[in-house]
Design a protein around this ligand. Sequence first.
Ligand SMILES: C[S@@+](CC[C@H](N)C(=O)[O-])C[C@H]1O[C@@H](n2cnc3c(N)ncnc32)[C@H](O)[C@@H]1O
Length: 369
Amino acid sequence: MQCCHFKECGSCTLEGSYEEQKAFKLNAISSKFSEFYDKEFEFFASNEKNYRIRAEFGIWHEADKIYYTMHSKNKGERIFVRECPKVCEQIVSLMSILLNELESDAKLKHRLFGVEFISCSSGVLVTLLYHKKLEATFLEHIVNLANKLDITIIARSRGQKILSHELNLIDELKIDGRIYKFHLSENAFIQPNKAVNEKMITWAKINLAKGGKDLLELYCGHGNFTIPLSENFKNVLATEISKSSIFYALKNCDINDTKNIKFLRLSANELISAFKNEREFNRLKDINLHEYDFSHILVDPPRAGLEPSVINFIKNYENIIYISCNPDSLYENLIQISQTHEVVKFAVFDQFAHTHHVECGVLLRKKNG
Ligand SMILES: C[S@@+](CC[C@H](N)C(=O)[O-])C[C@H]1O[C@@H](n2cnc3c(N)ncnc32)[C@H](O)[C@@H]1O
Protein backbone atom coordinates (compact mmCIF):
# COMPACT_ATOMS: atom_id res chain seq x y z
CA MET A 1 0.00 0.00 0.00
CA GLN A 2 1.41 3.38 -1.00
CA CYS A 3 0.78 6.13 1.56
CA CYS A 4 2.59 9.48 1.55
CA HIS A 5 2.51 9.50 5.38
CA PHE A 6 3.89 6.03 6.01
CA LYS A 7 7.25 7.08 7.50
CA GLU A 8 5.75 9.55 10.00
CA CYS A 9 2.17 8.39 10.78
CA GLY A 10 1.80 6.43 14.02
CA SER A 11 -1.21 4.47 12.76
CA CYS A 12 0.66 2.11 10.39
CA THR A 13 3.74 0.53 11.91
CA LEU A 14 4.65 -2.50 9.82
CA GLU A 15 7.02 -1.97 6.91
CA GLY A 16 7.56 -4.12 3.81
CA SER A 17 5.34 -5.47 1.07
CA TYR A 18 2.06 -7.05 2.09
CA GLU A 19 3.48 -10.50 1.19
CA GLU A 20 6.35 -9.86 3.62
CA GLN A 21 3.97 -8.65 6.32
CA LYS A 22 1.84 -11.80 6.04
CA ALA A 23 4.91 -14.03 6.29
CA PHE A 24 6.16 -12.02 9.29
CA LYS A 25 2.85 -12.29 11.16
CA LEU A 26 2.32 -15.97 10.42
CA ASN A 27 5.86 -16.75 11.53
CA ALA A 28 5.55 -14.61 14.70
CA ILE A 29 2.28 -16.25 15.78
CA SER A 30 3.22 -19.82 14.88
CA SER A 31 6.49 -19.49 16.83
CA LYS A 32 4.85 -17.87 19.85
CA PHE A 33 2.13 -20.53 20.11
CA SER A 34 4.12 -23.61 18.99
CA GLU A 35 4.04 -25.05 22.54
CA PHE A 36 0.23 -25.26 22.30
CA TYR A 37 -0.24 -26.28 18.66
CA ASP A 38 2.07 -28.21 16.35
CA LYS A 39 -0.15 -28.38 13.23
CA GLU A 40 -0.51 -25.87 10.42
CA PHE A 41 -1.65 -22.38 11.42
CA GLU A 42 -4.23 -21.00 8.99
CA PHE A 43 -3.78 -17.41 7.79
CA PHE A 44 -6.57 -15.18 6.51
CA ALA A 45 -5.32 -12.09 4.68
CA SER A 46 -6.84 -8.63 4.51
CA ASN A 47 -7.44 -6.45 1.50
CA GLU A 48 -4.21 -4.54 1.23
CA LYS A 49 -5.93 -1.14 1.21
CA ASN A 50 -9.39 0.35 1.82
CA TYR A 51 -10.09 -2.24 4.50
CA ARG A 52 -11.16 -0.14 7.51
CA ILE A 53 -14.87 0.64 7.86
CA ARG A 54 -14.27 3.00 10.77
CA ALA A 55 -11.71 5.74 11.24
CA GLU A 56 -11.04 8.63 13.64
CA PHE A 57 -9.03 11.77 12.95
CA GLY A 58 -8.18 14.80 15.03
CA ILE A 59 -8.86 18.30 13.66
CA TRP A 60 -6.21 21.04 13.74
CA HIS A 61 -7.07 24.72 13.21
CA GLU A 62 -4.58 27.10 11.62
CA ALA A 63 -5.72 30.58 10.56
CA ASP A 64 -9.00 29.92 8.68
CA LYS A 65 -8.08 26.43 7.63
CA ILE A 66 -8.65 23.05 9.26
CA TYR A 67 -6.72 19.80 8.78
CA TYR A 68 -7.21 16.14 9.64
CA THR A 69 -4.53 14.91 12.03
CA MET A 70 -3.22 11.58 13.26
CA HIS A 71 -0.72 10.83 16.04
CA SER A 72 2.85 10.68 14.81
CA LYS A 73 5.43 7.91 15.26
CA ASN A 74 7.22 10.50 17.43
CA LYS A 75 5.38 10.39 20.75
CA GLY A 76 3.35 13.51 21.58
CA GLU A 77 3.50 14.87 18.01
CA ARG A 78 0.82 14.86 15.32
CA ILE A 79 0.87 14.81 11.54
CA PHE A 80 -1.47 16.49 9.07
CA VAL A 81 -3.29 13.79 7.09
CA ARG A 82 -3.82 14.35 3.37
CA GLU A 83 -4.70 10.71 2.60
CA CYS A 84 -5.38 7.46 4.45
CA PRO A 85 -5.48 4.59 1.93
CA LYS A 86 -6.35 1.96 4.52
CA VAL A 87 -9.85 3.37 5.15
CA CYS A 88 -12.63 2.14 2.87
CA GLU A 89 -13.44 3.88 -0.41
CA GLN A 90 -16.63 5.57 0.83
CA ILE A 91 -14.64 7.27 3.60
CA VAL A 92 -11.73 8.12 1.29
CA SER A 93 -14.01 9.85 -1.21
CA LEU A 94 -15.84 11.78 1.54
CA MET A 95 -12.86 13.02 3.57
CA SER A 96 -11.74 16.07 1.58
CA ILE A 97 -15.27 17.09 0.51
CA LEU A 98 -16.37 17.02 4.15
CA LEU A 99 -13.33 19.00 5.29
CA ASN A 100 -14.05 21.76 2.72
CA GLU A 101 -17.68 21.94 3.79
CA LEU A 102 -16.77 22.15 7.47
CA GLU A 103 -14.18 24.83 6.73
CA SER A 104 -16.73 27.01 4.94
CA ASP A 105 -19.33 26.87 7.74
CA ALA A 106 -18.11 28.98 10.68
CA LYS A 107 -20.56 27.38 13.10
CA LEU A 108 -19.57 23.81 12.22
CA LYS A 109 -15.87 24.64 12.17
CA HIS A 110 -15.67 26.52 15.47
CA ARG A 111 -14.12 24.35 18.25
CA LEU A 112 -14.38 21.15 16.21
CA PHE A 113 -11.64 18.81 17.47
CA GLY A 114 -12.33 15.40 15.94
CA VAL A 115 -14.16 13.54 13.18
CA GLU A 116 -15.14 9.85 13.24
CA PHE A 117 -16.40 7.88 10.25
CA ILE A 118 -18.30 4.59 10.10
CA SER A 119 -19.14 3.18 6.69
CA CYS A 120 -21.60 0.35 6.15
CA SER A 121 -24.06 -1.00 3.60
CA SER A 122 -26.71 1.60 4.51
CA GLY A 123 -24.34 4.58 4.12
CA VAL A 124 -21.80 6.63 6.06
CA LEU A 125 -22.14 8.04 9.56
CA VAL A 126 -19.93 11.01 10.47
CA THR A 127 -19.56 12.07 14.10
CA LEU A 128 -18.30 15.62 14.70
CA LEU A 129 -16.73 16.19 18.12
CA TYR A 130 -16.83 19.63 19.73
CA HIS A 131 -15.38 21.51 22.68
CA LYS A 132 -18.39 23.84 23.01
CA LYS A 133 -22.05 23.88 23.92
CA LEU A 134 -24.15 23.06 20.83
CA GLU A 135 -26.94 25.61 20.39
CA ALA A 136 -30.38 24.71 19.00
CA THR A 137 -29.54 26.33 15.62
CA PHE A 138 -26.80 23.72 15.16
CA LEU A 139 -29.35 21.16 14.02
CA GLU A 140 -30.17 23.07 10.84
CA HIS A 141 -26.48 23.20 9.88
CA ILE A 142 -25.86 19.50 10.31
CA VAL A 143 -29.11 18.53 8.56
CA ASN A 144 -28.18 20.72 5.56
CA LEU A 145 -24.70 19.26 5.38
CA ALA A 146 -25.93 15.68 5.85
CA ASN A 147 -28.49 16.13 3.05
CA LYS A 148 -25.93 17.72 0.74
CA LEU A 149 -23.42 14.87 1.21
CA ASP A 150 -26.03 12.11 1.55
CA ILE A 151 -24.70 10.96 4.93
CA THR A 152 -25.90 10.90 8.53
CA ILE A 153 -24.19 13.27 10.97
CA ILE A 154 -24.01 13.27 14.75
CA ALA A 155 -22.61 16.34 16.51
CA ARG A 156 -21.36 15.58 19.99
CA SER A 157 -20.19 17.70 22.84
CA ARG A 158 -19.94 16.94 26.56
CA GLY A 159 -23.42 15.68 27.58
CA GLN A 160 -24.92 16.62 24.18
CA LYS A 161 -25.72 14.68 21.03
CA ILE A 162 -27.53 16.12 17.99
CA LEU A 163 -28.49 13.87 15.07
CA SER A 164 -29.15 14.99 11.51
CA HIS A 165 -31.45 12.01 10.90
CA GLU A 166 -32.68 8.98 12.79
CA LEU A 167 -29.77 6.59 13.11
CA ASN A 168 -30.13 3.56 10.88
CA LEU A 169 -26.71 2.01 10.42
CA ILE A 170 -27.14 -1.42 8.83
CA ASP A 171 -24.32 -3.55 7.50
CA GLU A 172 -24.56 -6.77 5.52
CA LEU A 173 -22.13 -9.64 6.01
CA LYS A 174 -21.80 -12.64 3.72
CA ILE A 175 -21.10 -15.74 5.79
CA ASP A 176 -20.87 -19.20 4.26
CA GLY A 177 -23.11 -18.18 1.33
CA ARG A 178 -25.81 -16.37 3.35
CA ILE A 179 -26.31 -12.61 3.84
CA TYR A 180 -26.85 -11.48 7.44
CA LYS A 181 -27.92 -7.97 8.37
CA PHE A 182 -26.65 -6.12 11.41
CA HIS A 183 -27.80 -2.88 12.96
CA LEU A 184 -24.66 -1.21 14.29
CA SER A 185 -24.31 1.19 17.18
CA GLU A 186 -22.26 4.34 16.69
CA ASN A 187 -20.59 4.07 20.06
CA ALA A 188 -20.20 0.36 20.79
CA PHE A 189 -17.67 -2.14 19.49
CA ILE A 190 -17.60 -2.88 15.72
CA GLN A 191 -15.04 -5.14 14.04
CA PRO A 192 -12.99 -2.65 11.96
CA ASN A 193 -12.14 -4.85 8.94
CA LYS A 194 -15.35 -6.07 7.31
CA ALA A 195 -13.79 -8.54 4.85
CA VAL A 196 -11.66 -10.19 7.55
CA ASN A 197 -14.61 -10.18 9.96
CA GLU A 198 -16.57 -12.21 7.38
CA LYS A 199 -13.63 -14.63 7.15
CA MET A 200 -13.47 -15.01 10.95
CA ILE A 201 -17.16 -15.77 11.34
CA THR A 202 -17.11 -18.14 8.36
CA TRP A 203 -14.07 -19.93 9.82
CA ALA A 204 -15.81 -20.36 13.18
CA LYS A 205 -19.06 -21.51 11.54
CA ILE A 206 -17.39 -24.04 9.24
CA ASN A 207 -15.23 -25.46 12.03
CA LEU A 208 -18.13 -25.92 14.42
CA ALA A 209 -19.84 -28.97 13.06
CA LYS A 210 -23.60 -28.64 12.94
CA GLY A 211 -25.47 -30.56 15.59
CA GLY A 212 -23.83 -28.91 18.60
CA LYS A 213 -26.09 -28.85 21.63
CA ASP A 214 -26.30 -25.34 23.15
CA LEU A 215 -23.84 -22.45 22.84
CA LEU A 216 -22.88 -20.05 25.62
CA GLU A 217 -21.23 -16.80 24.49
CA LEU A 218 -19.51 -14.13 26.60
CA TYR A 219 -18.54 -10.68 25.18
CA CYS A 220 -21.07 -11.08 22.33
CA GLY A 221 -21.31 -7.40 21.24
CA HIS A 222 -24.24 -6.85 18.84
CA GLY A 223 -24.37 -10.55 17.87
CA ASN A 224 -21.63 -10.49 15.21
CA PHE A 225 -20.71 -14.16 15.81
CA THR A 226 -23.87 -15.15 17.68
CA ILE A 227 -26.40 -14.83 14.88
CA PRO A 228 -24.53 -16.72 12.13
CA LEU A 229 -23.34 -19.41 14.58
CA SER A 230 -26.80 -19.89 16.11
CA GLU A 231 -27.73 -22.12 13.15
CA ASN A 232 -25.21 -24.71 14.36
CA PHE A 233 -26.85 -25.02 17.80
CA LYS A 234 -30.20 -25.81 19.41
CA ASN A 235 -30.18 -22.83 21.76
CA VAL A 236 -27.80 -19.95 22.38
CA LEU A 237 -27.33 -17.79 25.46
CA ALA A 238 -25.21 -14.71 24.68
CA THR A 239 -24.05 -12.10 27.18
CA GLU A 240 -22.32 -8.76 27.07
CA ILE A 241 -21.70 -5.78 29.36
CA SER A 242 -22.76 -2.96 26.99
CA LYS A 243 -26.40 -1.91 27.11
CA SER A 244 -26.19 -0.39 23.64
CA SER A 245 -24.72 -3.58 22.12
CA ILE A 246 -27.48 -5.71 23.65
CA PHE A 247 -30.12 -3.28 22.35
CA TYR A 248 -28.76 -3.77 18.82
CA ALA A 249 -28.26 -7.53 19.29
CA LEU A 250 -31.99 -7.88 19.96
CA LYS A 251 -32.83 -5.86 16.84
CA ASN A 252 -30.39 -8.06 14.88
CA CYS A 253 -32.24 -11.21 15.96
CA ASP A 254 -35.42 -9.71 14.53
CA ILE A 255 -34.01 -8.64 11.15
CA ASN A 256 -32.35 -12.03 10.66
CA ASP A 257 -35.42 -13.91 11.89
CA THR A 258 -33.35 -15.78 14.46
CA LYS A 259 -35.43 -17.45 17.15
CA ASN A 260 -33.08 -19.56 19.27
CA ILE A 261 -30.92 -16.87 20.96
CA LYS A 262 -31.38 -15.18 24.33
CA PHE A 263 -29.26 -12.02 24.65
CA LEU A 264 -28.62 -10.74 28.17
CA ARG A 265 -26.79 -7.69 29.47
CA LEU A 266 -24.47 -9.29 32.02
CA SER A 267 -20.77 -8.82 32.62
CA ALA A 268 -18.70 -12.00 32.47
CA ASN A 269 -18.39 -12.06 36.27
CA GLU A 270 -22.14 -11.42 36.77
CA LEU A 271 -22.88 -14.40 34.55
CA ILE A 272 -20.52 -16.57 36.57
CA SER A 273 -22.19 -15.44 39.83
CA ALA A 274 -25.58 -16.30 38.36
CA PHE A 275 -24.39 -19.79 37.41
CA LYS A 276 -23.10 -20.33 40.94
CA ASN A 277 -26.44 -19.07 42.37
CA GLU A 278 -24.46 -16.43 44.29
CA ARG A 279 -26.65 -13.57 43.07
CA GLU A 280 -30.14 -13.19 41.69
CA PHE A 281 -30.66 -11.01 38.64
CA ASN A 282 -33.99 -9.61 37.56
CA ARG A 283 -32.73 -9.90 33.98
CA LEU A 284 -32.64 -13.69 34.47
CA LYS A 285 -36.09 -14.09 35.98
CA ASP A 286 -37.50 -15.87 32.87
CA ILE A 287 -34.41 -17.98 32.25
CA ASN A 288 -33.29 -21.17 33.94
CA LEU A 289 -29.56 -21.32 33.30
CA HIS A 290 -29.42 -24.92 34.41
CA GLU A 291 -31.84 -26.08 31.68
CA TYR A 292 -29.26 -25.39 28.99
CA ASP A 293 -26.96 -28.15 27.81
CA PHE A 294 -23.92 -26.19 26.65
CA SER A 295 -21.55 -28.16 24.43
CA HIS A 296 -19.59 -25.03 23.37
CA ILE A 297 -18.51 -21.73 24.89
CA LEU A 298 -17.35 -18.76 22.77
CA VAL A 299 -15.32 -15.89 24.19
CA ASP A 300 -14.13 -12.74 22.37
CA PRO A 301 -12.78 -10.55 25.18
CA PRO A 302 -11.21 -7.06 25.02
CA ARG A 303 -7.41 -6.72 24.68
CA ALA A 304 -6.77 -7.54 28.34
CA GLY A 305 -7.99 -11.11 27.76
CA LEU A 306 -9.79 -13.29 30.31
CA GLU A 307 -9.68 -12.77 34.07
CA PRO A 308 -8.74 -15.83 36.19
CA SER A 309 -12.39 -16.25 37.29
CA VAL A 310 -13.51 -16.46 33.64
CA ILE A 311 -10.72 -18.89 32.75
CA ASN A 312 -11.80 -21.22 35.56
CA PHE A 313 -15.39 -20.96 34.41
CA ILE A 314 -14.83 -21.71 30.72
CA LYS A 315 -12.67 -24.73 31.59
CA ASN A 316 -15.91 -26.51 32.62
CA TYR A 317 -17.01 -26.76 28.99
CA GLU A 318 -16.12 -29.42 26.43
CA ASN A 319 -15.40 -27.07 23.51
CA ILE A 320 -14.01 -23.54 23.70
CA ILE A 321 -13.84 -21.04 20.85
CA TYR A 322 -11.49 -18.21 21.80
CA ILE A 323 -11.33 -15.13 19.52
CA SER A 324 -8.53 -12.80 20.58
CA CYS A 325 -7.32 -9.38 19.46
CA ASN A 326 -4.17 -9.58 21.60
CA PRO A 327 -1.68 -12.46 21.19
CA ASP A 328 0.03 -11.56 24.50
CA SER A 329 -3.08 -11.96 26.68
CA LEU A 330 -4.12 -14.99 24.59
CA TYR A 331 -0.75 -16.60 25.31
CA GLU A 332 -1.06 -15.96 29.06
CA ASN A 333 -4.63 -17.36 29.08
CA LEU A 334 -3.66 -20.45 27.06
CA ILE A 335 -1.07 -21.39 29.67
CA GLN A 336 -4.01 -21.91 32.05
CA ILE A 337 -6.59 -23.26 29.62
CA SER A 338 -4.20 -25.81 28.08
CA GLN A 339 -4.01 -27.62 31.45
CA THR A 340 -7.47 -29.04 30.69
CA HIS A 341 -7.98 -28.40 26.95
CA GLU A 342 -5.99 -29.06 23.78
CA VAL A 343 -5.84 -26.69 20.84
CA VAL A 344 -7.41 -28.35 17.79
CA LYS A 345 -7.40 -25.40 15.33
CA PHE A 346 -5.48 -22.14 15.27
CA ALA A 347 -6.12 -19.36 12.75
CA VAL A 348 -4.56 -15.93 12.27
CA PHE A 349 -6.78 -13.16 10.90
CA ASP A 350 -5.08 -10.05 9.57
CA GLN A 351 -7.68 -7.53 10.79
CA PHE A 352 -5.11 -4.75 11.01
CA ALA A 353 -2.90 -4.84 7.90
CA HIS A 354 0.21 -2.58 8.02
CA THR A 355 0.22 -2.67 11.82
CA HIS A 356 1.73 -5.19 14.24
CA HIS A 357 -1.73 -6.20 15.51
CA VAL A 358 -3.37 -9.51 14.62
CA GLU A 359 -6.54 -11.30 15.59
CA CYS A 360 -6.42 -15.03 16.42
CA GLY A 361 -9.07 -17.73 16.49
CA VAL A 362 -8.45 -20.83 18.60
CA LEU A 363 -10.63 -23.92 18.95
CA LEU A 364 -9.97 -26.04 22.04
CA ARG A 365 -11.35 -29.40 23.13
CA LYS A 366 -11.32 -30.90 26.62
CA LYS A 367 -8.54 -33.46 27.10
CA ASN A 368 -9.60 -37.01 27.87
CA GLY A 369 -9.27 -38.08 31.48
C1 LIG B 1 -13.62 -7.56 21.19
S1 LIG B 1 -15.27 -7.05 21.48
C2 LIG B 1 -16.14 -8.40 20.74
C3 LIG B 1 -17.59 -8.16 20.43
C4 LIG B 1 -18.24 -9.16 19.47
N1 LIG B 1 -17.86 -10.52 19.72
C5 LIG B 1 -17.97 -8.81 18.01
O1 LIG B 1 -17.37 -9.61 17.30
O2 LIG B 1 -18.38 -7.71 17.59
C6 LIG B 1 -15.40 -7.32 23.20
C7 LIG B 1 -16.77 -7.06 23.79
O3 LIG B 1 -16.70 -7.35 25.20
C8 LIG B 1 -17.53 -6.45 25.88
N2 LIG B 1 -17.05 -6.45 27.28
C9 LIG B 1 -16.01 -5.77 27.81
N3 LIG B 1 -15.83 -6.09 29.10
C10 LIG B 1 -16.77 -7.02 29.41
C11 LIG B 1 -17.10 -7.74 30.59
N4 LIG B 1 -16.40 -7.59 31.72
N5 LIG B 1 -18.12 -8.62 30.55
C12 LIG B 1 -18.83 -8.81 29.39
N6 LIG B 1 -18.58 -8.12 28.24
C13 LIG B 1 -17.56 -7.25 28.24
C14 LIG B 1 -17.39 -5.14 25.12
O4 LIG B 1 -18.50 -4.31 25.33
C15 LIG B 1 -17.29 -5.63 23.68
O5 LIG B 1 -18.55 -5.68 23.06
